[in-house]
Design a protein around this ligand. Structure first.
Ligand SMILES: *Cc1c(COP(=O)(O)O)cnc(C)c1O
Length: 395
């Protein structure tokens, strides 16, 4: 055991099944460990490092901001926060306002508070129940883990959980689950942790229309799908829907913690209704502005669409060629997966890939998940898949 592993084991609570490779540096979609070994990063720190590692524009912006001001508190106006809110709303095309937190769970927590207040104030009788889906993932706080539809995540160790959540298997089962206390439905458009599973566009559009006709809210958790991950700024744009609340986090700060709940209920919060000490501070919102500037330019010049094309043709090819390992290629944009025939193959592939110097992720339903940096180069993609093939050959 390395000295670092010993310190980590001695002093950090054991909530993660950790790999002890010690990364010390990154560049683009490459990571280097403390022995100088190079890895291709097809995981982006779970969809976070959206413009890769050590992007010069982000490093420069962060150094500049850190040398001026990192934090003053939300009792003051924070210029990059206001500018980032404007940027997000304009890119989305929706008529909304933003609340800033520091993570996906916090963004979803804000979304749920917005829905609760709406349910308390917009109807004759109180509405507070939120319907979510069985394979969903919405976070790890007591409330957002309860919003998560995977029953095995509601461990009795942490009970009691807040009331007010109902779970259904699929989108078409949502309609029957709505009762006179239901206020909102919360879904991901492509379930990430649940197996990189995109929903049918028509089904989602019908749901959105139905909820609007009943004055119920559609909350779209875009913590993973947002910020160009599916090729559009928001997956909601790709699906051509207008949700009432959208949450963002992972890719927005390029690695700096940030979360956003945006809503068309522009007047819902009054001073004191919600808050966050760190949320939307100078550093994280400056990061967000820089990430969006870089990614918008990549989209505009067609580079993002090109990468998506290359990546998906590799995955389709693998799924077709190797039915003994894979049942199908799933996902959208640069949020992709290969469904494995079983959990054993999935586990073996993850380990073999790492041994070949390639980082890929796991996801539910025996899926090997790919969330590469959105700025990944052709060479990095080719090299990554070369290593993936080598890993498969060792199985
Ligand atoms: C990762 C994720 C979350 C939780 O985000 P944290 O930053 O870990 O709190 C919530 N929803 C979705 C869809 C996610 O992928």
């Amino acid at each position: 055991m390395s000295e670092l592993e010993q310190v980590d084991r001695d002093y950090v609570l054991g909530s993660y099944a950790r790999n002890y490779t010690n990364f010390v540096r990154g560049e683009g979609a490459k990571l280097y460990d403390d022995t100088g070994r190079e890895f291709i990063d097809f995981g982006s720190g779970i969809g976070v490092c959206s413009i890769g590692h050590a992007h010069p524009k982000l490093s420069e912006a962060l150094c500049d901001q850190a040398s001026k001001l990192i934090h003053v508190s939300n009792l003051q106006v924070i210029e990059p926060q206001a500018r980032l809110a404007e940027r997000i709303v304009k890119l989305s095309g929706y008529d909304m306002r933003c609340f800033f937190g520091n993570s996906g769970a916090e963004a979803n927590e804000a979304a749920l508070k917005i829905a609760r207040k709406y349910g308390e104030t917009a109807f004759d009788t109180k509405r507070y129940k939120v319907i979510t889906l069985k394979h969903s993932f919405h976070g790890r706080t007591i409330t957002t883990v309860k919003a998560t539809g995977q029953k095995e995540m509601h461990k009795p160790d942490f009970s009691p959980y807040p009331a007010g959540f109902a779970y259904v298997e699929s989108i078409d089962a949502i309609y029957d689950a709505i009762d006179d206390e239901t206020v909102a439905v919360m879904i991901e458009l492509v379930q990430g942790e649940g197996g990189v599973q995109p929903f049918d566009k028509g089904e989602v559009q019908d749901l959105a229309k139905f909820l609007r006709s009943r004055d119920l809210l559609l909350i779209v958790d875009e913590v993973q799908t947002g910020v160009y991950r599916t090729g559009e700024f928001l997956a909601s744009q790709l699906y051509e829907i207008e949700p009432d609340i959208i949450t963002l986090a992972k890719g927005l700060g390029g690695g700096v913690p940030i979360g956003v709940a945006m809503t068309r209920l522009k007047e819902i919060f009054k001073p004191g209704d919600h808050g966050s000490t760190f949320g939307g501070n100078y550093l994280s919102t400056r990061a967000g502005l820089t990430v969006l500037e870089v990614l918008k330019a990549e989209q505009d010049r067609g580079a993002l669409a090109e990468r998506i094309e290359i990546f998906s043709s590799y995955l389709k090819g693998l799924a077709e060629r190797l039915p003994e390992y894979f049942t199908e290629a799933v996902g959208l944009g640069l949020m992709r997966g290969l469904r494995c025939v079983d959990a054993e193959i999935q586990g073996a592939i993850l380990k073999a890939a790492f041994d070949e110097g390639l980082i890929v992720l796991k996801a539910g339903r025996n899926t090997v998940r790919f969330l590469p940096p959105l700025t990944i180069t052709r060479d990095e993609i080719d090299e990554g898949f070369k290593r993936f093939e080598k890993a498969l050959a060792t199985l």
